[in-house]
Design a protein around this ligand. Structure first.
Ligand code: BGC
Ligand code: BGC
Length: 999
């Protein structure tokens, strides 16, 4: 069989239009993180679609990708509304891309503003997470040389969900003229070439325009209306009505320096909430207050959200922003007003997985809502209640009783996982997708989420009216699906797929079997609870809920007895001696694997080995036994072996395809590593999960946010680093904070009461102010990690020779750490050259240098460098490069250490070179660290001076003559360990402060 795999085929199909999508993931570290705001400092068309996902805004009713108002070639604009599904071939149903409300075109004296023409003189995009606001500021010079500033802002109102706001402020910088702004509703949204909409009608209002459409198959009607206001000048307005594209145009005169605002407001309804959506949209539009009033209400609504759901992290700004970012994306994907919809695997931010709903919701995403926004959790679970009919059809179709929830779900609860995936290669075979038939743990996962929602909220009425039916009817499915094996005297569950999808047909998957056993236990308990809590006759209005439900589900007392037998006799493969749980029967007999043998790689191990070979190996796409141990952490799970978690971790973690298997893995591994006290490992895994979309580290962010990972991030903070255990009398914390975190705060809602946690590491609880609290390292590059000094020297020498200037190795010593221009002046001495000549010489030298550094390889790393970098990263330390070189980035890449560096600051980052402290201070800001928490490693006198001027700790490499002013002087990095450095820094600081030194 060819190496075409499920995931690769799916990636291909779901992302058809762009040719380069199988590309390796791009590690972009160029976003800037502040406590609440994500900043994109420059426009990069290469990342257009991934960033559209990243800058998605929404309000649970709808989500709108961060596409530009003026459009862009290759853009993938989408507004997805919860529950608006429509039929489509192969994949059955998908969220229909809804009309684009963003469209706003600015025309300056006849020239249309667009980022692929003219010059972008300034660009910055900001997502303000605190207030759910997306802003973009651009200074643009048109092809004929007119410069203008544009400030865009948009929001999807959280205070009034059918309302959307968009503002554009326009300031001409160097011209007077006429500006035309065309604001439209685009009725031709598409799902990768597929059009779900019939245009019904459209029209003009006294002050606006409207559009009415209907999905072709599900017949969901949608009505939209919009108007614009121009503030700061008089404008003339015109409405045009081309089919499917009603447009309002405002025209006004502008003078240099004057700022004009155009405010667009939009209303949107569907027939899922109101009978006459167009009418509703028009009426709402007519009654809308001013943009500023809408914005204010929206911001206040966000304040309320964060009062409950915020997580505060001190000491690690990247993690702080990334956690808030993930929570923001989760929050805007879930509906607080509707209980017939749920969160899809890619939220409302992209077309990946077509808006289908997986176990991702119940197991990964739900805990965040259950414990901080219980009303939303209830809606998400009630969605499963409303889709029980579909789940019953699925069970009946397969010949079983009760309800079997679909692996992929949409509007009805019928199975919508595609049967096969159709490869784009016309000669490749279609790949059968087995998860729809065999991955059935979802039934138990939903029961698990129902039970934990009830435990956390004490919402008895909901359990009685909705939850109990879910738990009991899905238990009936298990009852009919389990097989009795008389010979072994046990119940078995054969022919399944566990959580790990690399093994496509297995018997007795420990994860599934134990979850089923647990589910049956809870089904028995819930039935008894119903009987006892709502007994007949006690109060006349009490109906006999247990009996009514039993009758509805045809659940008999024999059934319940058989559940008891199944609980007692369900087989779970487990070796009592070693404490190892076997993932499924026969797993330990499969061919073993050492994943290191396949490094480096840029794709999943299934893509490397092919589906069949992967099936034969002890390699996991995602946690399976470990997932079980996580979910059962508060219950006696399969084993009472004291070291079960450690033993199984040691076995399964190294066999898990963490990097390119499932994005669901890193957060779960982070939690378990934290629980096992391996905090450095936990932190590394946690950051992988937290940054998956911000850094597009799997290369598929353009398909939408990785929602399960986002939910896992919250769990990793709370259950991993916070060590929260949910006990009967409330949640209890046993924190294991990453080393740089000085504080972690969050709230949990447990049985009607808010519990606030304010966690600090032990050292911060008993402050030892004399010990330096090191959180980051800033390395100079040349002479510290590698010896580009030699390459520089040769380039200078070549130039000097060509110019007949006296220069040699000894003269070169004086150039260490000195920037390019200053170096040239030293070499030139008193020989006179014009500005232009000096400029040309610098460029020439740089050319020689750039040519030569192309030959750099990892072998050019200085001894000890990688070992120290790795060790520092393991401890959670942040790492920056602070180098005067303008080619630092290339050198880092050639050396193969880019993935170990958080931030690269170089000769282009600041104006004033070393010995000014600017470069190091900038690096510290980028790392989100206080200068006093940073250590600089330098080999040059000016570098040490700069470090000290920055108020940082300095480690000098080389001779006392050069770096004697440093706090610690070492020969080089060979055999240098963080523990030793720490001891030295501590000792040095005993009562003496940052001024002393050890040599
Ligand atoms: C995923 C399955 C999913 C299938 C079809 C696969 O890549 O692993 O969980 O159901 O695609 O959407
Ligand atoms: C994972 C599943 C997950 C699905 C949707 C698949 O790749 O293996 O566990 O439910 O993606 O996120």
């Amino acid at each position: 069989m060819s190496a075409v795999t499920l995931d690769s085929v799916f990636r291909l199909r779901s992302t058809l239009p762009l040719p380069n999508l199988m590309n390796i993931p791009v590690h972009s570290r160029d976003l800037i993180y502040t406590d609440w705001t994500l900043i994109e400092p420059q426009f990069d068309p290469e990342r257009l679609r991934a960033r559209e996902t990243v800058f998605t805004i929404g309000n649970g009713y709808l989500g709108t990708r961060g596409s530009f108002e003026e459009g862009y070639p290759q853009a993938l604009p989408a507004t997805l509304m919860r529950g608006v599904y429509d039929a489509v071939p192969v994949i059955y149903t998908e969220l229909a891309n809804c009309p684009d409300w963003l469209s706003l075109v600015v025309i300056v004296n006849g020239e249309r503003f667009r980022l692929d023409r003219g010059d972008i003189l300034h660009y910055e995009r900001q997502l303000d997470l605190r207030h759910g606001l997306l802003k973009r500021s651009v200074r643009w010079r048109s092809p004929t040389g007119k410069t203008l500033d544009l400030q865009f802002e948009r929001f999807a109102s959280l205070a009034d969900r059918p309302v959307l706001g968009l503002r554009c402020q326009i300031t001409p910088i160097d011209f007077n003229g006429t500006i035309e702004v065309q604001s439209s509703l685009n009725g031709y949204p598409e799902n990768q070439g597929f059009d779900h909409w019939e245009q019904l009608d459209q029209g003009k209002l006294e002050q606006g325009i409207w559009l009415q459409l209907r999905t072709r198959h599900s017949h969901i009607e949608l009505g939209m209306a919009t108007k614009i206001a121009v503030i700061g000048t008089n404008a003339s307005f015109q409405a045009a009505n081309p089919p499917g594209y009603p447009t309002l145009t405002a025209t006004f005169a502008v003078t240099k320096g004057q700022t004009i605002s155009v405010e667009k407001v939009v209303t949107i309804f569907t027939s899922q909430e109101v009978e006459l959506p167009v009418q509703a949209a028009q009426n709402k539009l007519a009654d809308l207050p001013a943009y500023a009033v809408l914005l204010e209400a929206h911001q206040q609504a966000w304040d309320t959200v964060w009062q409950h759901s915020d997580v505060e992290i001190e000491g690690d700004r990247t993690a702080q922003l990334a956690v808030r970012y993930n929570l923001f994306q989760l929050f805007i994907s879930a509906s607080s007003h509707h209980d017939r919809v749920s969160v899809s695997a890619k939220t409302l931010s992209g077309l990946g997985y077509r808006g289908h709903i997986f176990w991702d919701t119940e197991i990964f995403i739900l805990p965040f809502f259950t414990l901080t926004q219980p009303a939303i959790a209830r809606n998400l679970l009630t969605y499963r209640y409303h889709t029980l009919e579909g789940a019953r059809r699925k069970a009946a179709h397969s010949g079983y009783q009760g309800a079997m929830f679909p692996w992929e779900s949409a509007a009805t609860g019928d199975e919508v996982t595609p049967k096969t995936s159709i490869p784009t290669d016309p000669y490749a075979e279609a790949v059968r997708i087995w998860v729809r038939d065999r991955e059935m743990h979802l039934n138990a996962d939903i029961a698990y989420a129902v039970w934990h929602y009830w435990q956390a909220t004490g919402d008895d009425n909901w359990l009685r009216d909705y939850g109990a039916e879910i738990i009991l009817d899905t238990a009936l499915f298990w009852m009919s699906r389990l097989e009795w094996h008389a010979e072994q005297e046990r119940y078995e569950l054969c022919g399944v797929i566990g959580a790990d999808e690399y093994h496509e047909q297995v018997n007795n998957n420990a994860f599934t079997n134990r979850m089923v056993q647990w589910h049956l236990e809870k089904a028995v308990a819930v039935y008894e609870w119903l009987q006892h809590t709502f007994p007949v006759g006690e109060a006349s209005q009490n109906e006999n809920h247990a009996a009514t439900l039993a009758q509805k589900l045809q659940l008999t007392s024999e059934h319940r007895l058989s559940w008891q037998a199944m609980i007692a006799k369900l087989y779970i493969p487990y070796d009592a001696e070693t404490g190892l749980i076997e993932q499924f029967e026969g797993f330990f007999q499969l061919k073993d694997i050492d994943l290191n043998d396949y490094e480096p790689r840029k794709q999943s191990i299934q893509a490397v080995l092919g589906i069949d070979e992967t099936n034969q190996r002890q390699v996991l796409k995602q946690p399976d036994v470990l997932m079980l141990l996580y979910l059962m952490r508060d219950t006696q799970s399969v084993t009472d072996h004291p070291d079960a978690l450690q033993k199984n971790w040691d076995y399964y973690a190294p066999r898990t395809d963490i990097t390119y298997g499932s994005s669901l893995t890193p957060a779960i591994h982070a939690i378990l590593a934290a629980n096992l006290g391996a905090t450095a490992d936990a932190y590394q895994q946690f950051m992988q999960a937290a940054m998956v979309d911000l850094e597009d580290s799997r290369g598929n962010t353009e398909d939408g946010i990785h929602a399960a990972s986002a939910g896992g991030v919250w769990q990793a903070v709370v259950f991993g680093f916070g060590g929260i255990q949910l006990k009967d009398d409330g949640p209890v914390a046993t924190p294991h904070l990453p080393p740089t975190w000085t504080r972690l705060k969050f709230k949990l809602h447990w049985r009607g009461t808010w519990h606030s946690f304010d966690l600090t590491p032990p050292s911060a609880q008993a402050p030892d102010s004399h010990k330096p609290n090191i959180q980051g390292f800033i390395f100079d590059l040349d002479g510290v990690l590698t010896n580009t000094a030699e390459f520089h020297y040769r380039a200078w020498q070549q130039l000097a020779d060509e110019e007949n200037l006296p220069f040699d190795r000894q003269a070169n010593e004086a150039l260490r750490g000195v920037a390019r221009q200053a170096s040239l002046l030293l070499i030139v001495g008193d020989r006179s050259y014009s500005e232009a000549q000096l400029q040309e010489m610098m460029e020439r030298k740089n050319r020689y240098y750039v040519e030569s550094i192309q030959t750099i390889t990892p072998q050019d790393l200085l001894p000890g460098a990688v070992a120290l970098l790795d060790e520092l990263r393991q401890t959670g330390m942040k790492i920056a490069i602070g180098s005067a070189s303008k080619n630092a980035k290339t050198v880092i890449e050639k050396l193969g250490i880019a993935d170990r560096i958080d931030v690269i600051t170089d000769g282009d980052s600041v104006e004033k070179p070393k010995p000014a402290p600017d470069l190091f201070l900038y690096a510290a800001t980028q790392l989100g660290l206080d200068p006093a928490h940073c250590v600089v490693v330098e080999d040059a006198t000016v570098g040490i001076e700069a470090a000290i001027a920055a108020g940082m700790w300095a480690i000098g490499l080389g001779s006392m003559d050069h770096v004697g002013a440093a706090h610690i002087v070492l020969q080089n990095l060979m055999g240098v360990h963080w523990a030793d450095l720490q001891t030295k820094l501590d000792r040095l600081n005993d009562g003496r402060g940052i001024g002393s030194a050890i040599h």
